[in-house]
Design a binder for this molecule. Structure first.
Ligand code: FEO
Length: 395
């Protein structure tokens, strides 16, 4: 049993919380869980907007039935085919044999590939409208936010945008469903982590999507994860705009790998010099302790980054390699970088970090520093990284 949650007279929230899964996409930590959001429109026609991850289908169907009773579902609108939202497609087609699947030309082969479903489709293209009775849905293609087939659905009558992953967040909805019912500030961290981890690679498609949606009159945004937005829409759009342009705040992420403390000591020297030179926001991480998810999220927040690593078997420390590899893959741009490292007989870490700087085109603020054995003659060079970074970041 549950009390139906109305977004408007005919639109209901039927999403579910997942507090059991540890890793989203089996990769990103879910300390606060995640919500898979779905919405029912109960009009002359019944339409579902997306569904949920397969392990959550029972809870989801209970909610759907609580809203529509014995009425059949006429349409399942598939804004996004990633299985955290398409997990119920198969069972819904079996429960509601006359239900049509609404997607675009890129959705349809995915449905066929995942589920072997070859018919039941209503194919929609840019700007098409699906009439539901008193309400309707208009579709806009937003490819690569987050997959090639992603689209959004807009209900002009109630001014609701069903935005797919865009404007989503990690974190379950613990009672509060709307942004003004939750501690929105605490969600902002999870929103940025979600954006940077999941959508962060697609800054340019996000910019195109924002431009496309600019003309819509939006009173509410129902994403596939996180709170339904109605009181923080301009703020959220501004955050998306900044993140997708890689605009960042004056602060510095110092992330290092260290086996026996020598590289960590160099990191401490850099961090102290940052503080002495006026940088207030310094986030320091041992990459072997903190999951890359959180470090990447802070890199989207702060302009300055300092990476340090020992040479490990003639390469970068594997955990630092994993981090820089992810950043290269994501194509994160527009940052300032300082690099340092240590070695005992053959240095390779700093060379790799310098090649990372070239690949992502981040500006090196000071000469790379590489110390043989314990911190000694490179002490002043480490301080110079901190000073140069502080000066550039605070400019
Ligand atoms: Fe929440 Fe890209 O799926």
């Amino acid at each position: 049993m549950f009390v139906p949650v109305n977004l408007s007279e005919r639109v209901f929230y039927v999403g579910v919380n997942d507090r059991r899964t540890h890793l989203f996409e089996n990769l990103w930590p879910l300390e606060r869980g995640v919500a898979y959001n779905s919405y029912v429109i109960k009009d002359e026609k019944v339409a579902l907007i997306d569904s949920v991850e397969i392990g959550q289908v029972d809870k989801f169907l209970k909610k759907v039935r609580a809203v529509i009773g014995d009425r059949p579902v006429d349409y399942l609108v598939i804004n996004h085919m990633e299985p955290d939202h398409a997990g119920a497609v198969q069972i819904l087609t079996e429960l509601y044999p006359d239900m049509k699947l609404v997607g675009n030309k890129k959705t349809i082969p995915m449905v066929e590939g995942f589920f072997g479903i070859k018919d039941k489709f209503v194919e929609v293209a840019e700007g098409d409208v699906l009439e539901l009775g008193a309400t309707s849905l208009q579709f806009f293609m937003v490819p690569m936010v987050h997959w090639p087939e992603t689209m959004v659905s807009y209900m002009k009558e109630d001014k609701i945008l069903f935005s797919g992953d865009a404007f989503g967040s990690f974190g379950t909805l613990d009672g509060g469903i709307f942004d003004d019912e939750v501690d929105f500030d605490s969600f902002k961290e999870e929103m940025r982590r979600y954006y940077s981890n999941i959508v962060g690679k697609y800054g340019s498609p996000v910019q195109k999507a924002l431009a496309k949606l600019e003309g819509l009159d939006i009173a509410m945004i129902g994403a596939t994860h996180g709170p339904v937005l109605r009181s923080h829409i301009p703020e959220m759009i501004a955050m998306y705009d900044a993140w997708s342009k890689y605009e960042a705040e004056p602060g510095v992420v110092v992330a290092y790998a260290s086996m026996y403390g020598h590289t960590e000591e160099m990191a401490e020297v850099v961090a102290r010099e940052l503080a002495v030179n006026g940088v207030k926001h310094i986030k320091m991480y041992d990459v072997s302790k903190t999951h890359a998810s959180y470090i990447i999220s802070d890199i989207f927040k702060y302009k300055g980054v300092v990476f340090g690593s020992p040479t490990y078997s003639n390469e970068l420390h594997p955990n630092m390699e994993a981090l820089v590899n992810k950043l290269e893959h994501m194509g994160v741009s527009n940052h300032l970088l300082g690099v340092f490292g240590s070695f005992s007989w053959a240095g390779a870490a700093v060379k790799r970090l310098t090649s990372f700087a070239e690949k992502v085109k981040w500006e090196l603020v000071a000469d790379p520093v590489e110390q043989k054995f314990a911190l000694g003659d490179k002490f002043e060079a480490c301080r110079a990284i901190g000073r140069a970074m502080a000066e550039k970041v605070l400019k």
